[in-house]
Every structure is written in C-alpha cells, then in structure tokens.
Design a protein. Structure first.
Length: 474
C-alpha cells in the first residue's frame, strides 16, 4: 500500500518536472502581457492565427503571437504611448517598404496594401527618403473616422502617397484611399464605399482613466455619436451609448458601463504667454479657440490666464484639442432670452432723479446702465453667479475678469447675450447687452443713454469697447 502511494507521488513529480521544462523551452524571452492586455492578445490570435494563405509580402503562417516582436508604444515620454487603434492588425517583415503619409510626435501613419497603420519611428529605417521596417513586427490599423458612401463629394485638402486628406462634412480631416475616388469635371467623388481614417491630429492618445457605473463627466462638445468630455484636466472622446445625460443644464453625463477613456488628439500646443483667439467662452470647463490655420479647438480654462492688458494667454504650454473646422454656434436659450428682454425695453425713459423700474428692483436710484443689464439677466432667469448683479460697471468688468470670462475685443467675436463694457470718461463706465452681431459690428441695448434705453451700433474695432463679459451658461 505504502509502495503504491510512493510510486504515484514520484510519477506525479516527474510529470510536473517535464511540464515545467517544456513550458520554459517554448516560452520567449519577453513577456507580451507587459505590452498588450489579454483581450488584445486574444483578439490578435483570433484574427490572425487561422491565416494560412500566402500574401504578397510573404508572411508565413502565424502559429503564435509570441513569434513576433510587438511595438513598444513607450519609446519616450513625449510620444503617443498608446494610440487608440482600429480592429485590424498585420505582421510586417524586415525591410518591407512602406509609405509614410502622416506623423505626430515620434509616431507615423503608414500606408501599406491600401490600409493605414500606426508605427513608432524607432521601428523604421530611412534611407534616401525610403522607409523600411527595421525588424519583424505587428502593427495595428489606424482607427476609422467614418464611412463615405458611393458618389459622395470629396473636399480634398492634400494628397500623399496614394491617399487623399479630405475635410469631412462636420469639419474634421481624414485620410481616404485615392483608388476609391473619381474625377468628374474637376470635382472628386467617391467611386465606391470607403473608409475614412483618422489623421494623426485626431488620434486618441494615452489612457486617461478607467470609469464605471455612477461616475460622472462634464460634456464640452459632441460629434458623430461621441461626446468630448473633461477628465482630470485632459479631454477625451466617449461614446454616447456609454453615458446618459444626467443634467441638461449643467451638461453632466452619467457613466452606465465600465470603460476606459483615452486623451483626445490635440491639434496645436500654445506656448506659455501666447495670445489666444477666443471663439466661444460660454462653457464652464473649456474655451473654444481659433488657431492661426483657422481650425477650431478647445483649451481648458485652468490652463489660461490674463496678461497686464487683460488679453487671454496660455499660462503654460497648453494643448489645444481638436474640434473641427467649423464653429457650431448653438445659441443657448438664456442668450436668446436676455437679448429679447433687453430689446423689449427699447425706448423706456427714466423719471425724475434717475428713477427707473430697474432701480426700484435693485434698491437704488443712480446711474443705471449696469443696473439695467442686471435687471435683464434677472428677468431672463440667469443666476448671479453667471451674470453678476452690479450697479457699477467696473465692478461687473472685474467680476468677469476674476472668473476668467473676460475677453478683449481684439481676441474675441462676441455673441448674442454677451455683456459689452465701454470706456467712458476716466475708465470703464458704461455697459450694454449684445443683441445682434454682423460681419463688422455689434448691436447692443444700452440703458441710461440720453435717459433712455436705446439700441446702439458699434464697429467691432471701436476703440470705446473695453471688452466682453461672456456668461458661462454650460
């Protein structure tokens, strides 16, 4: 009995030793789990393990993902450590020739066999302008931006190595294979349904945060089924299906599933002290700005400050996150309300001793242009933490400056519902509500003008305009 037990124990021990030795021999010298998650490994094996047919670049049958070196996404701290990628991937061999069409930081987008892939520059050799793969490697396809349908017109921005950089209908840029285009009388159209790939500028970057149910986010922008959100001082795109709009007025989103967010691609980096050209300052988390190339981006409020002349500047090197090449001017209901209320007061005349219904509401009879603005805001249902209740113009201007809601006339095109402050006499001593904006002028409703409420017109470059208080309605 004892001998049988000992024999069994010895047999189990021998089997265990053989298994360990076999495992050690077949295991490679590096651990791919440090580079890819298990889900990514499983996905790659599922997509590629059954590939047996030969292809033009002579890739042999893939028996195990560990046969190939995987890209090191962390070559340096400044590069895209982990660009968000599409579903496809491919094995590249040493000395495969590739065409580079786009780049960002230390990464490039390359064209190979009519598909686009991300590649770290450290994995490429360049000689006489020709790029070649340095060593056998798995590369992942660039993420798809959208699908263009047959006969859809193409707005071409540039051409590069068999790809066309196009501006999409919502103002973004993407790459489309030129073989899917046709030229009819000088106008390009899609010849058959085709993928449009993200450009490097739009590429999602390193992981920002893992989120789960009941976590909340603040919406900044939206497009094509995605929200642009603020995540711990960075911006990220999240799928609308993964969140619910919890509070419409505050644009708060509630997360309904576990998910990982990546930092959105940034189009430009403002240098510390660089002046910022503001397009929309009505969001509490971010400011929409216009870049020198006329594209529109977002910068976070926490990254900006004012110079001595009250111009908005970058307080440090600031990322400008891409939002497309059009200005989505969705006028908030509050803007419409305050403008309409101000317009209905046109012609109202004060009584004796500066007596007005606005002063009765405020509690004083005095110079009343700022009191009129405060009254209009109150009637429109706008809280005092959005447009301050004030009777002195300078107090109102200083409030907007303190809350980073003040924009100089040379850096901002005002919108309906903005508050315009004017130089008069020794300083800022007059104010009105913007009710209309034209190409070169603003129309304002102003109280205490010749003892009345009057509609006034001012050129955008009028030296009397000190600046704009821009209410944050979101």
């Amino acid at each position: 009995m004892k001998k049988n037990i000992l024999l069994r124990i010895n047999l189990i021990f021998i089997i265990l030793i053989v298994y360990i030795l076999n495992f050690s021999i077949n295991t490679k010298a590096y651990d791919i789990s440090s580079i890819l998650s298990q889900n990514e490994i499983n996905s790659y094996l599922l997509n590629n393990k059954i590939t047996n047919e030969k292809s033009d670049n002579n890739i042999s049958e893939i028996k195990d993902i560990s046969d190939y070196k995987l890209p090191n996404w962390s070559s340096n701290e400044k590069c895209l450590k982990r660009p968000e990628t599409g579903k496809g991937s491919r094995v590249f061999n040493i000395n495969d020739k590739i065409d580079v069409i786009d780049e960002k930081d230390s990464f490039v987008i390359l064209n190979y066999d009519n598909k686009l892939y991300w590649c770290n520059l450290r994995n490429l050799n360049k000689s006489d302008g020709i790029y070649k793969i340095k060593e056998k490697i798995v590369l992942r396809e660039v993420k798809e931006l959208c699908i263009y349908k047959e006969n859809q017109m193409l707005d071409i921005n540039e051409k590069c190595n068999g790809y066309l950089k196009i501006k999409t209908s919502d103002g973004y840029y993407g790459w489309i294979n030129s073989k899917f285009s046709k030229n009819i009388n000088g106008i390009y159209y899609v010849s058959k349904e085709a993928k449009v790939y993200y450009t490097a500028d739009l590429a999602q970057m390193d992981s920002v945060k893992n989120l789960g149910p009941r976590d909340t986010l603040r919406k900044i922008d939206e497009r094509n089924g995605y929200y642009l959100v603020d995540v711990d001082g960075k911006m990220s795109w999240c799928n609308k299906n993964d969140v619910e709009l919890a509070h419409e007025n505050t644009h708060t989103l509630s997360v309904n599933k576990e998910m990982q967010l990546y930092e959105a691609g940034y189009h430009y980096v403002y240098k510390k002290g660089e002046k910022i050209n503001v397009v929309d300052g009505s969001n509490s988390k971010a400011i929409k700005v216009k870049l020198p190339d006329n594209s529109f981006t977002w910068v976070l409020r926490e990254d900006v400050s004012y110079d001595k002349d009250k111009n908005l500047i970058a307080s440090r090197d600031v990322k400008a996150y891409y939002t497309g090449n059009k200005d989505d001017e969705n006028i908030n209901g509050y803007r419409e309300n305050i403008a309409n209320i101000a317009c209905r007061e046109e012609g109202y005349t004060e009584g004796q001793g500066n007596r007005t219904k606005y002063g009765d509401w405020y509690g004083i009879n005095a110079e009343w242009c700022a009191i009129f603005v405060s009254w209009c805001a109150n009637k429109a249902g706008i809280n005092e933490d959005i447009i301050p209740k004030h009777s002195y113009c300078l107090d109102g201007a200083n409030w907007f400056i303190e809350h980073k809601c003040w924009y100089s006339p040379n850096e901002y095109i005002p919108k309906k519902g903005d508050i315009t402050y004017f130089y008069q006499g020794n300083g800022i001593n007059h104010v009105g509500v913007v009710v209309k904006v034209t190409n070169d002028s603003i129309i304002t409703m102003e109280g205490n003008m010749s003892n009345k409420v009057l509609k006034m017109s001012h050129k955008l470059n009028d030296d009397s305009i000190a600046g704009y208080g821009v209410p944050i309605f979101e």
